[in-house]
Design a protein around this ligand. Structure first.
Ligand code: UDP
Length: 406
């Protein structure tokens, strides 16, 4: 049977993104593979997206990411305006079998309400973020019988409040198109540098990477935006207004003093082509995480590009990186320096082989196609059942997984 899925990418960035964009990169990998499996995809995104689909809903012309810097009362209508168009499509069309949603909080809240209508299609909402950010919302979640969630790692769901876990159908690891055929790709020449790829924000630990580079005597390239500022010149042009952004304050206070332009450089946001070259030629990708990284697109990308990951053993990292085979994981930042120097012991072929086995869009799409059928068929029968984890919410959100988790 041909299924039609409304894929709700949200209003923030185009699909694929032009540079930074974790969720949008994953959707750019997922959509073509689902279509190859015979699933029709109606993509709710911004009009500037170039991702081919079987139909599009585009309430906004361009990505609204920069609007996120404004005060709450100026921002809060954006995701709702986008969701309003999604709900209208659900009301006016009768060919949508399932909504696959990726919009933080607003997607789950609005679609749970919409799913109360008896004719509404079921919803699978993918949790791409740190669940503790929205603890109150998740702890009280009662999304009804036709709404399910999935995580992007096992560790993320283990930390989920119990009410959210009751809606869970398990986790699906993120994927990258770079993993497709990675095992056959010829090895890249390695330069001497290490790289940190991603948003410059305390959780990603760029300050630790920079300290490490100075102490360990290796070159470090930091790539990624600071808040909405994609490049050093944009940040400089924003002047004092930028200081309201917490990531800008982190950059100014903790990272920038360590960026000397030679040993440690910030090159701003890189496009995917630039990223691939920078990461493939690096001796190591650093992940000195200061948070429980939920999914780690940049982690699966580095493995696909044949560059070992070295980082702190938290969040999804131990699920994605095999210690001693595709990288090195440490408990403490003090242990990272030796591991950077040991990165040469990791065989880049093993990184690419594992990525090709585990992190391809083909693997991810097959898993989502299964979950779509499960969500459509189950009609939400798990909601209201006792939590298989049994225990009440522990104070820090740690808990057991529902039996459905793979
Ligand atoms: N990225 C990029 N250019 C940059 C910085 C990041 O293309 O300058 C991409 C990166 O390769 C990854 C995504 O943005 O695909 C970030 O996703 P990740 O899951 O690693 O981080 P998060 O979603 O937490 O920001």
């Amino acid at each position: 049977m041909t299924r039609t899925v409304l894929m709700n990418a949200g209003p923030w960035l185009p699909v694929p993104p032009d540079g930074y964009g974790g969720i949008e990169n994953v959707l750019a990998a997922l959509v073509p593979k689902l279509r190859r499996l015979g699933i029709r995809v109606l993509l709710a995104t911004v009009a500037s997206s170039t991702q081919p689909a079987d139909g599009r809903l585009t309430p906004f012309q361009d990505g609204q990411f920069e609007v996120l810097q404004r005060p709450y009362n100026q921002v809060s209508g954006v995701a709702h305006a986008h969701l309003q168009a999604v709900v209208r499509a659900l009301r006016d069309r009768d060919d949508i079998d399932l909504v696959h949603d990726h919009v933080e909080v607003v997607g789950l809240a609005v679609l749970s309400a919409a799913a109360l209508a008896p004719t509404a299609p079921p919803v699978l909402h993918t949790l791409h973020w740190d669940l503790r950010k929205h603890a109150d919302f998740y702890a009280g979640l009662d999304a009804g019988p036709r709404v399910r969630v999935n995580g992007v790692s096992e560790s993320q769901l283990l930390r989920a409040p119990r009410a959210l876990r009751r809606h869970s159908v398990g986790h699906v690891h993120l994927a990258t198109p770079l993993a497709e055929g990675a095992a056959q790709r010829p090895p890249a020449d390695k330069a001497g540098h290490a790289v940190v790829m991603g948003r410059i924000t305390p959780g990603k630990g760029q300050h630790l990477a920079a300290r490490l580079a100075h102490k360990g005597g290796f070159d470090l390239v930091i790539a990624g935006p600071v808040g909405p500022y994609r490049h050093p010149a944009e940040l400089a042009a924003a002047g004092g207004a930028a200081a309201a952004n917490p990531d800008v304050r982190y950059w100014e206070d903790e990272v920038r003093p360590l960026v000397d332009g030679t040993r440690v450089r910030w090159i701003g946001t890189v496009t995917s082509r630039e990223r691939n070259k920078l990461v493939a030629s690096a001796r190591v990708s650093l992940f000195p995480l200061q948070w429980e990284e939920p999914g780690g697109t940049a982690v699966v990308e580095t493995l696909a590009l044949g560059t070992p990951a070295v980082g702190l053993s938290r969040g999804c990292l131990p699920e994605l990186v095999e210690h001693g085979r595709t990288g090195w994981l440490a408990k403490s930042p003090d242990d990272l320096e030796a591991l950077v120097h040991a990165a040469g012991q990791i065989d880049p072929r093993e990184c690419r082989d594992q990525a090709a086995r585990k992190f391809t869009p083909t693997v991810m799409a097959a898993r989502y196609a299964e979950l779509y059928e499960q969500v459509i068929a189950a009609g939400g029968s798990a909601v209201g059942r006792p939590d298989p984890g049994g225990a009440a919410d522990p104070p820090d959100g740690e808990g057991a997984l529902p039996a459905a988790c793979p």
